[in-house]
Design a protein around this ligand. Structure first.
Ligand code: CP
Length: 311
């Protein structure tokens, strides 16, 4: 695999290879090992045109733990501010011979466009509303570890589905792994083609409670909403679609809660739920680092070397 642009590039077999390797990586990280000579001599560029905490810092850590050189470019302090285009930016960076460019951009398809002009591999770290493939890999890895297998599991994605690249990537990979995917949220936050994505829309919170083995809550993407209001008030959204401890108790005792972060406390999730024993939100973040170490190794043709270090 030269680039990771969409999670649809990841077959079930490749997912299990990434997942199993990530578990071994995480085990070593937990033991305090933080230097793996796998990407020595390689260079990773983090190029983020949108804010990020988890994705950017975990790719930076992943590169550094694997002994790569890592360059972080904040577009607010780069020549993008002077009007340089995406293509000109990546072309200039490519002339410095990086091996991987991790790209987050507000426009759908930006990573696909960028990779056409450069020799370095491109990782899509989130492009607009379209895809966030490494988020899907870490979400499905977290769920696979929790359940053993996703075959036959029923996963409900709740919230701003229309604006969510996480919903899109998660639903592709969850279905590849044999899970059934449902969604729930205000009509104004549902894409018209939700059924075409293989996702079944639920019409009440009671249905969500009844069907879900896991619930993935989504942040309301205020930055992607047009001027029109898509719900009357934050308070009403929270009452109808948010999750608090009282509502959590209505689910089966083994239903788990995920959120890609950052979460809006008191809007789609309360702090008590996020920090409860039913929440996998922080294990997701830890899994994200391990998964991204595997992805960088894979794109640099060093997956076997990583496996040698792990065994
Ligand atoms: N989940 C996620 O992409 O978080 P960041 O925006 O902080 O990277």
């Amino acid at each position: 695999m030269r680039n990771l642009l969409s999670v649809s590039q990841v077959s079930k077999e490749l997912f299990y290879e990434i997942y199993q390797t990530a578990l071994l990586v995480r085990e070593l990280l937990r033991k305090g090992e933080k230097k793996f000579p796998v990407l020595r001599g390689k260079c990773v560029v983090n190029l983020f045109f949108e804010p990020s905490t988890r994705t950017r810092s975990s790719f930076e850590k992943a590169g550094k733990f694997l002994s790569a050189d890592v360059i972080n470019i904040s577009t607010s302090q780069s020549s993008v501010r002077k009007g340089e285009s995406l293509i000109d930016t990546v072309k200039n960076l490519d002339m410095m011979h990086p091996d991987v460019i991790v790209l987050r951009h507000p426009c759908e398809g930006a990573p696909d466009l960028a990779q056409k002009f450069i020799s370095a591999s491109v990782v899509n770290a989130g492009d607009g509303r379209r895809e966030h493939p490494t988020q899907a890999l870490l979400d499905c890895s977290t769920l696979t570890e929790h359940f053993g297998s996703l075959k036959g599991k029923r996963i409900t994605i709740v919230g701003d589905i229309a604006n969510s690249r996480v919903a899109r990537s998660d639903s592709i990979l969850l279905r590849e792994l044999g899970a059934s995917v449902f969604c729930y949220g205000p009509s104004t936050m549902m894409p018209r083609v939700v059924e075409a994505l293989g996702i079944k829309r639920l019409s009440s919170f009671e249905e969500v409670v009844e069907v879900s083995d896991a619930v993935i809550l989504l942040r309301i993407q205020l930055e992607r909403q047009a001027a029109k209001k898509v719900f009357p008030s934050i308070r009403e959204y929270s009452e109808l679609f948010g999750l608090n401890l009282k509502k959590l108790k209505m689910f089966k005792p083994d239903t788990v809660i995920l959120h890609p972060g950052p979460f809006n406390r008191g809007v789609e999730i309360t702090g008590e739920v996020a920090y409860s024993t039913r929440s996998l939100i922080f294990p997701q973040v830890e899994m994200g680092l391990a998964v991204r170490m595997v992805i960088l190794s894979l794109l640099c043709n060093r997956l076997n070397k990583l496996k040698e270090v792990l065994l």
